[in-house]
Write a new protein. Sequence first.
Length: 255
Amino acid sequence: MTNPLFLSLSSGVFIAGSAAYLGTLMLSTKMALVAGPLGQLALPGTALALLYGFSLSLGAFPFVVAGVVLIWLLEIRTKLQMEALTAIVFATGVAGAFLFLPIDKAEAALVGDIGRVALHDTIVSVILSSGVFFVIRRCYPEIMLISIHEDLARAEGINVKLYNLIYLSTIAIIVSLGVYLVGGLMTAALVAVPAAAAKNVSKTLLQYGLTAVSFGIVSAVIGILLATYLSLPAGPLVILTSGVIFAVTALMTKI
């Protein structure tokens, strides 16, 4: 039988590392806070997962993807900013979630339940997290250019609609996986805090990416180990560890 702690650590390391790398792009494109509303948009799916006893990420994924596609279509149709559309879509999803979210099981949906991850969930988490990492690495320059100057990106022959869809899809995957680790309330922190900490101490783009991934992984490992030995939820401890790392790097910038 596979050790539950090993499964939790394996899932947590890959999810947190990929989320942190994605966070470097989201922070640069001023999209870091979008992960929060999308995480809360996953609540209807996690509520169904808790009601019927299947994977939290499996429950969250269709709702987050549906929200991402809707945001993408509305952005094309209305020309509103992605952040505004995300807020509109997420509010509707959260309202629906609280109609049938079981109160006695709300903790798992809100702050995560990585300690109960199964082997097949770990395998899926590793594969999807790795996929997100390599897709973002490949698309990083194009997405960055689109965020800086969309017309210039079009002039360079970049398919703006396609890259926006890819970008939103990677966010959706990480948010869905992040529900297991930190729940629906703290996905923005999972993405943003390690990236922000890395930005405090990095001088090059390569250093920025590597440091963010390292901070994300360290936060996940420490948070999960503390949760195991203190019998506390892992999600808040992972985010608190990230917060401590950020505070240390912020102090270092003043020295």
